[in-house]
Design a protein. Structure first.
Length: 289
C-alpha cells in the first residue's frame, strides 16, 4: 500500500487457509477461479484478523484479502483529520488496484460495509458484488455520537489481564444485555500489552473522529448508485433493524436480504457458521461462471 499507507494488508489467514475449511462458499462442487478476489473490510474498532474464519473458508477458492484499515490494527495511526470517508474509500480502491483483485467481491461489516458501498458507487468497474453486514444507511445524529463518547469513558482501562478484557466486554459492559463470549473475544483481539496493563491498539478519540464522518449523514443516495448485486445481512439482535434493512434492499438496484438469528451486531463473530450459510448462496450466484 505504498500510495496509501493508512491501510495494511493482512497476511496469514487469507494466504494460508486451514485445510479442514477449504470447501468454499457453496457446497464444495463449484470450482471458482483461483484469481477471483474478495476484499474483507472490518468495522469500527475492528481489525483484519476478525475475518480469520471467513478468510479461511473463502481462501480455498478465492484470493481473500483483509485489511487493517487506517487507524486500526497494525496499520498507520494518522492524525484524526486523515480519518475521512474519502480516505477510507481511497485505501480500499488502492488495495484492489495494487493487489490486482478487481473486479472484486467486497464483504464489509459496519463501517467497512459503508466503505464497500461507497467504493462500489464510485468505482463500479472494481466491484462485482457487495455484502453489507449490519450497517445502517440512516443518519444516526449527535445523540448517538454523545452516547459513544460516554461509552468510551466507562472503559476500565488499563485492564490487568486479557481475561479481564473478555469479562468486561462480554459480561460487565453496560451495553451488554446478556453474556456474550464472542464479543469479549472481539475486544480482546484489539488490545495490546502496555507497561501498565492492556489497552486498545487504537485511540478512542480516533474512533470517534472516524465515526463522526458518517453519523450525521444519511447514505441512501449512495446505495442507489451501487449497480452490482448486493446482499444486506443483519443480525436479528443487531443495530440494523429489519424495516431499514429491507428498505436498503429496495433502494439498491440489485439488492437481496438475509438475516442471522441469535446474532447481534458482530454477526460473523457471534454465529460464524450461520453467517457463512447466509452469504453462501449469494457468493455462488455472483461468482459462478
Amino acid at each position: 500500500m505504498s500510495e496509501h499507507p493508512g491501510a495494511r494488508e493482512s497476511s496469514g489467514p487469507s494466504e494460508h487457509p486451514a485445510p479442514a475449511e477449504r470447501p468454499g462458499p457453496a457446497d464444495g462442487r463449484t470450482a471458482f477461479p483461483r484469481a477471483t478476489g474478495v476484499l474483507l473490510l472490518h468495522g469500527l474498532m475492528g481489525r483484519a484478523s476478525h475475518w480469520a474464519g471467513t478468510a479461511r473458508w473463502l481462501s480455498g477458492r478465492y484470493r481473500a484479502v483483509a485489511l487493517d484499515q487506517r487507524g486500526h490494527g497494525q496499520s498507520d495511526k494518522p492524525s484524526s483529520s486523515a480519518l475521512t470517508r474519502e480516505a477510507y474509500v481511497e485505501d480500499a480502491e488502492a488495495a484492489v488496484e495494487q493487489l490486482g483483485l478487481g473486479p472484486v467481491l467486497v464483504i464489509g461489516h459496519g463501517m467497512g460495509a459503508l466503505t464497500g458501498w461507497q467504493l462500489a458507487a464510485r468505482r463500479p468497474d472494481l466491484v462485482r458484488g457487495l455484502v453489507i453486514c449490519d450497517m445502517r444507511a440512516s443518519a444516526l445524529g449527535a445523540a448517538s455520537q454523545r452516547e459513544w463518547e460516554e461509552w468510551f469513558r466507562t472503559w476500565p482501562v488499563p485492564f490487568a489481564t486479557l481475561a479481564d478484557v473478555r469479562r468486561w466486554f462480554g459480561e460487565d459492559d453496560p451495553w451488554v444485555d446478556r453474556p456474550n463470549p464472542a464479543r469479549g473475544e472481539f475486544y480482546a483481539e484489539v488490545m495490546h500489552e502496555c507497561p501498565d496493563g492492556w489497552r486498545p491498539v487504537f485511540e478512542p478519540a480516533d474512533m470517534l473522529a472516524s465515526r463522526e464522518t458518517w453519523v450525521y449523514d444519511a447514505h441512501w443516495e449512495e446505495l442507489t448508485q451501487v449497480r452490482c448485486p448486493a446482499l444486506v445481512v443483519r443480525g436479528l439482535d443487531g443495530e440494523l433493524g429489519r424495516a431499514e434493512a429491507q428498505e436498503m434492499v429496495r433502494v439498491l438496484p440489485r439488492g437481496q436480504y438475509a438475516e442471522v438469528v441469535d446474532a447481534g451486531h458482530l454477526v460473523h463473530c457471534d454465529q460464524p457458521e450461520a453467517w457463512r450459510t447466509a452469504i453462501a448462496p449469494f457468493l455462488e450466484s455472483v461468482l459462478s461462471p
